[in-house]
Design a protein around this ligand. Structure first.
Ligand SMILES: CCCCCCCCCCCCCCCC(=O)SCCNC(=O)CCNC(=O)[C@H](O)C(C)(C)COP(=O)(O)OP(=O)(O)OC[C@H]1O[C@@H](n2cnc3c(N)ncnc32)[C@H](O)[C@@H]1OP(=O)(O)O
Ligand SMILES: O=C(CO)COP(=O)(O)O
Length: 678
């Protein structure tokens, strides 16, 4: 039962893959039969099953925990017994209790819900076969991107359907607090971790021993979301390294021969939480995870969410990848059970691997026609935000042009063949009618329903309604951003520096990469390859001619360059807004809690005064990324004198970065100390 891709043909590489719609079978046969099916996975060789109690016992009795328990007892003045009890309590709160019966219990409603929500759920069979093989050979870590609460449900569902051992999954602790549901999730394989662990030594020790024991024993694949939360922007998030460190340690210490990482890319035509996530970016609090909330959310069942794609990436051998990245002999010098602070080399290796996985997730994701349309609609804000609208024929023409470019750049595009292109676009527009609509041959951005008492809305609220619509649209544009970001940075470098010298462009490219490395995913240490890739793609698209030392813009390439540059523009403008705030209006020191609302108010004022047209600058995600970048560059630093998490700003350095970004001064004139790496 291959997908309609094979039958009807698609534009792009997807037509060469065997994608199976797992819902097709579910629409033909009994869901109860599926839930009760014989489940006969082939587990990791020699790994005996491990009950929750055995696992917890092994953790509590580990040398590592004994050692930390004594240390904590000494540091806090508590008795060892008291600390052990505390550790036992942490384990109780944390531990999973995976039982097949509960997977079956979840399987039945999940079949029903999936069919209601999605037209199809496509899975790449080749990837699944490779995974099936991999789980028999080494401990496997499943690493999906995180876009929706549906992510973890669908992965376990697929594993169950295809006789692959069901994973244990690292889940944020708030899910455990959901009445009844928390317990079911625990029995379906979730183990619960606190969000901000901070400096709680005992907690770190219990968690890391728990994770390492799962990896060492290999009785089930382990799944975790390296991005740490659902991306509110649908753009990949900079990976978190805590869990990654823990899963890799058994390999670094030679406790297992190898570990297999499996990047998984989940792509949604339409994301269930699209509107909520956009509002969160504007400061709305995240709805608390609760069973009542879940029941209320059943209204999503009335909507059409199109199709989703689950791409199981090629299994990565940590042993192969780390061969010349880390010297494991250093671990022989200290007994394995003793806690060791990871060396700089180990940290760099972990970070490199985590970034690599996220890049592979990006490459495996499927791009919808809507993502291309959204990219173009956002580049015509004055039309789509006003009564003018963007003529449909113009959008069609440009989308087809962009389709060629995306395919040239290697996108995995889901563009159905055998159907007129305008029908494909029209059906995408209908799917996203809550974001954009076509009226009298023109396309407009849709703002949420006007409240009944429109006159009572403040101008600020009104601006935020527009911003919510823009951010929703931007999130779909973001789904294809990874395809374009490198050439877009080169196009921006050409535009800002007005130079054709390859070395100058390369310097500016690296500057952009440094500024934006919390915004987009760049694998550490690959700047020059990224620059070369950008050159190659621009050349391939016919936008530039490249010689040994020069990059020459071709007349035929102006459309490509201006599209790419406009793609990056909202980010550049949003960064400049934060820079300006910090230099002109911001306090000398601040906490993140204070600064984000203050920035939002200030940005709203700029929009209302007509000084700023970039609604995307209101996104708290971007604002936080700017602050993280400035922290990384040591331009914003923790204030020593003040409470924890109070930051001070070096305004001069912020101004200098802003000036470089606008082309007023070249990157070379940056202050050498914090920015020497530029
Ligand atoms: C058939 C049907 C089937 C259906 C079946 C259904 C199945 C249904 C299952 C449900 C399943 C749900 C699944 C939900 C999915 C999520 O809930 S996603 C959210 C939860 N998951 C994650 O967050 C994983 C990724 N996160 C991480 O790796 C994070 O690093 C951690 C481990 C959570 C920690 O986060 P954090 O406290 O923010 O810490 P982090 O920023 O990493 O580091 C903070 C500091 O601690 C330091 N540190 C790091 N490691 C250590 C250490 N070992 N010791 C001491 N200090 C350390 C760091 O150096 C850092 O220091 P600074 O640089 O700040 O000075
Ligand atoms: O708790 C999560 C479960 O998916 C992820 O965190 P967020 O809800 O913050 O995205």
């Amino acid at each position: 039962m291959t997908s309609s891709f094979g039958d009807s043909g698609r534009s792009g590489p997807l037509d060469e893959e065997e994608l199976v719609d797992i819902l097709e079978e579910r629409r033909r046969s009994s869901d109860l039969g599926h839930a009760l099916r014989t489940f006969s996975p082939h587990p990791y060789k020699g790994a005996p099953t491990c009950s929750a109690a055995d696992l917890n016992k092994a953790v509590l009795e580990s040398q590592h925990l004994h050692y930390i328990t004594k240390e904590v007892a000494m540091e806090t003045g508590a008795t060892v017994e008291e600390v052990r009890e505390e550790a036992s309590g942490i384990l109780e709160e944390m531990s999973q209790n995976l039982q097949l019966g509960f997977i079956r219990l979840m399987g039945y409603p999940l079949s029903k819900v999936s069919k209601k929500l999605f037209r199809s759920i496509f899975v790449n069979m080749e990837g699944l076969n490779r995974l099936q093989q991999a789980v028999q050979e080494n401990p496997v870590i499943l690493m999906p991107n995180h876009r929706s609460y549906f992510d973890f449900l669908v992965i376990s569902y697929i594993m169950f359907t295809y006789d692959i051992p069901v994973p244990v999954i690292a889940a944020g602790i708030p899910l455990a607090g959901m009445k009844l549901v928390g317990r079911i999730l625990r029995r379906s394989g979730a183990f619960f971790i606190r969000r901000a662990i901070g400096s709680d030594k005992l907690y770190w020790a219990v968690l890391s021993e728990y994770v390492k024991t799962i990896v060492r024993r290999g009785f089930a694949p382990m799944e975790f979301y390296v991005e740490g939360l659902r991306s509110r922007t649908l753009k990949s998030l900079t990976p978190k390294l805590g869990m990654m460190n823990m899963v890799l340690e058994p390999f670094f210490k030679g406790e297992v021969f190898d570990i297999t990482l499996v990047p998984i890319s989940l792509s949604y035509d339409r994301v269930l939480e699209e509107s909520l996530l956009a509002h969160e970016l504007l400061g709305a609090p995240k709805p608390k995870e609760s069973t009542t909330g879940l029941l209320k959310a059943t209204k999503v069942l009335q909507e059409d969410y199109g199709s989703m794609f689950v791409n199981f990436g090629r299994p990565l051998s940590v042993r192969d990848l780390c061969q010349d990245k880390i010297n494991r002999c250093q671990y022989n010098l200290i007994p394995r059970d003793l806690p060791q602070k990871p060396t700089a080399e180990a940290q760099a290796c972990v970070s490199w691997l985590a970034h690599l996985v996220v890049r592979i997730q990006e490459e495996g994701s499927v791009i919808s026609p809507w993502s291309l349309m959204a990219s173009l609609l956002l580049q015509a804000p004055t039309a789509v935000l006003t009564e003018e609208g963007l003529p449909w024929h113009r959008l069609t023409e440009k989308t087809l042009w962009l389709r060629r470019l995306a395919l040239d750049f290697g996108a995995r595009l889901n563009w159905p063949g055998g159907v007129p292109d305008s029908n494909v676009m029209q059906s995408n527009l209908v799917l996203h009618r809550s974001v954009a609509q076509r009226k009298t041959g023109r396309v407009y951005l849709v703002r949420e329903d006007e409240p009944a008492r429109k006159h009572l809305i403040s101008p600020e609220e009104d601006a935020h309604r527009t911003a919510a619509a823009v951010l929703m649209m931007a999130s779909y544009r973001n789904q294809c951003l990874h395809i374009f970001v490198r050439p877009a940075m080169l196009a921006t470098a050409i535009h800002i520096t007005k130079s054709g010298q390859k070395d100058e462009l390369s310097t500016f490219f690296c500057f952009l990469q440094d500024i934006f490395s919390n915004e987009f995913i760049f694998i550490p240490g690959r700047s020059s390859q990224d620059f070369e890739e950008a050159c190659f793609l621009l050349k391939k698209s016919g936008a530039v001619h490249i010689s040994q030392e020069e990059v020459t813009v071709l007349d035929a390439g102006l459309e490509v360059l201006s599209f790419l540059q406009a793609l990056l523009q909202p980010f550049i403008e949003s960064y400049q807004v934060v820079f300006r705030y910090l230099c002109e209006n911001g306090p000398h020191s601040f906490s993140e809690k204070q600064i984000i609302p203050a920035l939002r108010d200030w940005t709203t004022k700029l929009i209302l005064s007509g000084e700023l047209h970039t609604y995307e600058a209101l996104s708290s995600d971007t604002q936080k990324n700017v602050l993280s970048a400035l922290r990384r560059l040591e331009i914003v630093t923790k204030s020593r004198a003040s409470e924890q998490n109070e930051f001070g700003v070096n305004r001069e350095a912020v101004k200098r970065i802003g000036d470089i970004l606008s082309g007023k001064i070249p990157p070379q004139s940056l202050h050498p100390t914090p920015l020497a790496r530029l």
